[in-house]
Design a protein around this ligand. Structure first.
Ligand code: HEC
Ligand code: HEC
Length: 395
């Protein structure tokens, strides 16, 4: 809850930062490069992409609602590896209390997500001593996410069946989408915690930047301390408001950018990568890293009925020792969603907390449901391993 305006100038965020009118970016010839829009967008959509990119990269200030506690001051300050919208080496921290009764995200103490920065030192959050689980999560790339969003829940659910090779299971993340109230299959996040880009955007505005919005209208109290929040939260909520001219708030603009962002282009397979592709299948990687899925019919032609070469089933798997101990929705302490492998060449280090410096190490660290595939990888000759890595580097 925000206090009425005090000494600081407040007011609608748009009034502080008038949004220039874009005429859209001229479409680039040939295959899109990193941070380019999807090919074949209309002029209106190119304008939405350009507006969204500007919002995604804009540095937020306390006067515009940043904080009181936050992790960084723009989306692009974390998502920038290989271009705006990429992944990044910055990790965020989650904590909680695991006991015989289950997992407690310590919400009353500011959990499970830690905010490491604050607009005033007195408001800074710390990991509470009650926490016995502390986990880091690495920033994921956003290239091509509109295509992943456009994959229907039914298509993901069709991947859940018994009798998969190697005893692989896999379950869909089930979430209530905050933007519609609908029960959905989670598509995004290491635990599949959101179904839509707008929901993730709204969540990130609040939880990464401290900017309240129409879906998350209440500020995070530092370690749950309401008095500290009352002292330092001086901007009226929601801080992100809808611009009457465009009908959009900042959360909508950033969602537009992500939705219309092209995937990284795969490279042409050379002989080694071609051999690696066959090994990827025969070793059992493709059981979880599903080479492609189809999008449903979509209002945006560039997203409608497309083949998405994502190399993921978008399902949660019990990854044994790789699990981060955090429970989110129906994702258990050992569950992690299969990360898409498209663009994986550009997103080192690997795994949810970045513990693997390279692809070989990431594969060797697979555990739980992926043990059989991992052991077969380990048994390959050095040359075959190199071929498989060449294939991954082509995606
Ligand atoms: C402090 C760094 C940081 C900032 C700032 C940040 N993110 Fe992220 N982002 C992350 C991390 C870490 C993850 C993985 C989180 C997880 O899954 O638990 C992530 C994941 C995502 C995902 C899911 C991607 C996928 O493939 O599943 C989306 C979408 C996203 N962020 C959008 C945004 C938007 C929009 C903003 C700005 C409002 C933003 N992020 C700001 C660090 C950040
Ligand atoms: C049981 C399902 C499953 C199988 C089988 C599997 N993986 Fe994975 N893979 C995952 C999950 C889940 C993760 C994320 C684990 C984490 O982040 O801790 C992952 C992560 C990865 C990553 C790191 C991606 C990133 O962005 O950090 C690579 C690379 C990878 N897998 C390649 C492979 C290869 C190659 C094989 C075959 C030898 C394979 N996987 C088999 C489920 C699977």
């Amino acid at each position: 809850m925000g206090k009425p305006p005090q000494a600081q100038p407040t007011g609608p965020r748009q009034a502080q930062r008038p949004r220039p009118h874009h005429r859209g970016m001229p479409p680039r010839q040939g295959a899109p490069r990193a941070s380019d829009p999807l090919p074949g967008l209309t002029d209106d959509l190119l304008t939405a992409f350009a507006d969204g990119r500007e919002e995604f990269t804009r540095r937020e200030m306390p006067v515009g609602g940043l904080g009181p506690i936050f992790n960084n001051n723009s989306c692009a300050s974390c998502h920038n590896q290989g271009g705006v919208g990429g992944g990044g080496v910055i990790t965020v921290t989650r904590f909680g209390l695991s006991s015989a009764e289950g997992f407690d995200p310590l919400a009353d103490l500011g959990g499970s997500l830690l905010q490491v920065r604050s607009i005033h030192p007195a408001a800074r959050e710390i990991i509470p001593i009650d926490a016995n689980v502390v986990a880091r999560r690495q920033t994921t790339p956003l290239f091509g996410l509109g295509l992943i969003e456009a994959i229907a829940d039914e298509t993901i659910l069709a991947g859940v069946f018994d009798g998969k090779p190697d005893g692989v299971q896999g379950k869909a993340a089930l979430v209530t989408d905050v933007t519609t109230g609908e029960e959905r299959v989670g598509h995004f996040g290491w635990k599949g915690q959101h179904a839509t880009l707008l929901a993730f955007s709204a969540d990130a505005y609040l939880n990464e930047m401290g900017i309240t919005n129409r879906f998350f209208p209440e500020e995070n109290a530092p370690n749950g301390r309401a008095d500290v929040l009352a002292t330092y939260d001086t901007v009226a909520d929601p801080e992100d408001t809808t611009d009457p001219v465009t009908g959009k708030a900042d959360i909508d603009h950033s969602a537009d950018f992500m939705r219309l962002l092209a995937p990284l282009q795969p490279r042409t397979l050379n002989a080694a990568a071609t051999a690696g592709k066959a090994l990827f299948e025969s070793v059992g990687c493709a059981v979880c890293h599903t080479p492609s899925m189809q999008t449903a019919v979509n209002d945006i032609a560039a997203l409608s009925e497309k083949t998405v070469s994502l190399y993921s089933d978008l399902l949660l798997h019990d990854m044994g020792a790789l699990g981060d101990g955090i429970v989110q929705g129906n994702a258990g302490p050992h569950d992690i969603k299969t990360p898409p492998l498209w663009g994986v060449r550009a997103s080192a280090p690997y795994l949810h907390d970045g513990r693997a410096p390279n692809l070989d190490r990431a594969i060797r660290m697979h555990d739980g449901e992926a043990v059989a595939a991992r052991d077969r990888y380990n048994a390959l000759t050095p040359q075959q391993k190199q071929q498989l890595i060449s294939f991954l580097n082509s995606l």
